[in-house]
Design a binder for this molecule. Sequence first.
Ligand SMILES: [Zn+2]
Length: 311
Amino acid sequence: MNDSSITRFSDDLILIDLGFQGQHHAIATWLVRGSDGWIAIDCGPTTTNANLVAGINAAGLAMEQISRIVLTHIHLDHGGGAGALMRDYPHLRATIQRDAAQYLIDPARLLRSASMSFGDRMERLWGDVVGIDPMRVDGIEAGDTVHGTRLRAYATPGHTGTHLSFLDPESGVLFAGDAAHARLPMSSLIVPTLAPVELDFDAWHMTARTMQSLTPSALAIPHFGFVPEAADHLAQVEERINVRRGLAEQTVSSPDDLDALIAVYERTTRAEYAAEGGDVDDKVLSLELAMPSYLGGQGMMRWFKVHDWFA
Ligand SMILES: [Zn+2]
C-alpha cells in the first residue's frame, strides 16, 4: 500500500483505494470522522482487508481510531470483509439497514446466492466471509442517524431492496453506495450498477428522485471516488439504466441469451470508454472488477424472468 491509495478531501473525509485484485479505482472505502472516532463506509471484501488496514495506517490513523463499519448494502464487494475485520479488531461495531443485518450475522444464505453469480470466482474475489456477533451489529432504518456521526440514512432501493445512502448535512456530501451507479475518476461515464437478485427499476426511479431532492454538494461513491458534479450526475441515473435496459430488450429473446447480453454489455462499456479517450484498457479493467458486465447481464436476465418477459 502506498500513499497514492489515500486521498484526503478534508480533515473529516478520506478515500482509501482498496486495490481490489491488484487494480486501482475498483473499490473504495470512505473514512468519515465522527464524534467518537472514524467510521469506515463500505469496508470492502475480506481479500482487501490487509489493504484497508494499511490504508488506514497510511492516512495516519490507528485501527483503534476506527469505531465503526457502516455498510450501504450487503453485497460482498461492500461488506464481505466486515466479519473478518471485526474478528481481528474486537472494538469495531457494524451498522447496516435493519433487515439486512441478518446476512452479516449469518452469511450462509448470502453466500449461496452470491455463488450463483460468481461460481468458481468466489474464493479469489471475496475470500473467507465470516459471520458477526449480533451484539456488535446495529440495525438502522431510513431517517436514523448513524451512531457517533451526523450522517443521516436515506432509503435508496433499486440496486438492492435494503440499500441505504448517507447524507452529511453539514458538507452536503452524499455517500450514495451503488444507488448512483459507478463512475471512475477522471471520467464522465456513468455505468449502471445492475446486479442480481433484487434489481427493481420502479424502486430505482424513486431513489433517483430521492437523491436529487437532497441536492447533495457532491457524491462519494465506492466505484469509484468523489463526484463534485452531483446534480448533473444524478440527473443521468435513470436514463443510464434505461439505455442498458433497452440494449437488453434488443438482445434477449430467451433465457439462453445471457452470454449474448453479457457480450453486448462488455462491448458497450468498452466503446463508451473508447469514445471518452484516456487509458481505455485501464478504465475497462477497473470497471469490470467493480461492476462486471456478467453481473449486469445476470441482473437484467433475472429481472426479465421475474417479470415474465419470456412468457
Ligand atoms: Zn458494489
